[in-house]
Design a protein around this ligand. Structure first.
Ligand code: HEC
Length: 107
């Protein structure tokens, strides 16, 4: 009995941890789960999918020059092979992605 209680406790703790990971809304974790497969961890689009779809390099001066509002607009509405995220992400989530793109652009 005691050991099964211990097991349940451990399982409950693990569930709490994974729920916390899912609830994470940081730009970095959102980028990892929604954008990285095409844009690459560094935002340069040098992944196999990125190359096949001719993904934009987020370090491109033309994209660096875009305003935060323009970036948020593209992320929400999409552009050619770039999927629209407006129905899947909330405006605050899109804002934190824009801030994360700015961080990547400085690297
Ligand atoms: C299925 C692959 C794919 C995914 C997933 C994806 N993108 Fe893109 N993205 C693209 C492609 C392709 C382009 C180039 C679009 C074009 O032809 O101008 C692009 C372009 C962009 C641009 C440049 C804007 C422009 O006008 O070209 C930004 C910024 C961007 N993506 C951000 C994101 C963010 C943030 C995410 C995650 C929420 C994301 N992308 C997810 C494929 C993808």
């Amino acid at each position: 009995m005691r050991s099964s209680t211990g097991f349940l406790m451990a399982a409950a703790i693990l569930c709490l941890f994974s729920a916390a990971a899912h609830a994470q809304n940081s730009g970095a974790s959102l980028f990892q789960s929604n954008c990285q497969m095409c844009h690459g961890a560094d935002g340069k689009g040098s992944t196999p999918t990125g190359k096949a779809l001719k993904v934009a390099n987020l370090h491109d001066p033309a994209i660096v020059k875009m305003s935060d509002a323009e970036l948020a607009n593209v992320i929400g509405k999409g552009n050619k092979s770039m999927p629209a995220f407006g129905t899947r992400l909330t405006p605050p989530q899109i804002e934190s992605l824009v801030s994360y793109i700015r961080v990547l652009q400085k690297q």
